[in-house]
Design a protein around this ligand. Structure first.
Ligand SMILES: [Fe+2]
Ligand SMILES: [Fe+2]
Length: 193
């Protein structure tokens, strides 16, 4: 079993609601589905508290922080694109993509004697694809599902939409800052030749 759709208890939903930045930018039905998506991933994982959910097995950095960093940056990038280039975004769609892009991360890692180890599921399905499956079950729009499915750095390709473009730069802006903080080479300095 990879995950179970679970609305969770009112306290669990409140924990997720109190954590996530950007919920005030989406409509009520979308907000409820975002909460169910995160509660499902969290309660299907081996991580007891939201704070325990990992971002990667390298960085001891909470997923909670990464997700909000990406949403904040992504919303700012989209606003800038609108001001400068007249690009139009549907906030329900854009914010869903930003908030949910890493929704399967809790399922990709398990805690092993305090250290983070890849889960069995992560050897069966890639990061992004599991999240997309979960979002499909919750009836998110195709653009949200396809963008989450293909957002990872090692995905075979990335989406062509402006939403995928904004997510990419928001995600790597935040990720590279974590790399710098952790002493790892940030993506922008990695050159494959
Ligand atoms: Fe990701
Ligand atoms: Fe990410």
């Amino acid at each position: 079993m990879s995950y179970t759709i679970n609305r969770g208890t009112p306290p669990q939903r409140a924990d997720v609601e109190n954590w996530l930045f950007g919920l005030d930018l989406v409509s009520t039905p979308v907000r409820e589905r975002i909460l169910t998506a995160w509660v499902s991933a969290w309660t299907s994982s081996t991580h007891e508290r939201l704070e325990d959910m990992p971002y990667s097995n390298l960085a001891a950095y909470p997923l909670m922080r990464h997700v909000n960093e990406v949403t904040r940056v992504g919303v700012q990038l989209a606003r800038s694109a609108t001001e400068q280039w007249g690009d139009a975004f549907v906030m329900d769609t854009l914010v869903s993509i930003l908030i949910l892009h890493d929704v399967d991360k809790p399922l990709m890692y398990v805690r092993d004697n305090g250290a983070m180890a890849p889960s069995a599921l992560s050897k069966e399905l890639p990061h992004g694809v599991v999240g997309a499956m979960l979002l499909k079950e919750l009836d998110f729009p195709h653009l949200v599902i396809s963008t989450v499915a293909t957002h990872a750095a090692n995905a075979p390709f990335h989406g062509r939409s402006l939403e995928a473009y904004v997510l990419h730069y928001a995600d790597f802006f935040a990720t590279d800052r974590t790399c710098i903080r952790e002493g790892a080479t940030p993506f922008y300095q990695r050159h494959w030749r």
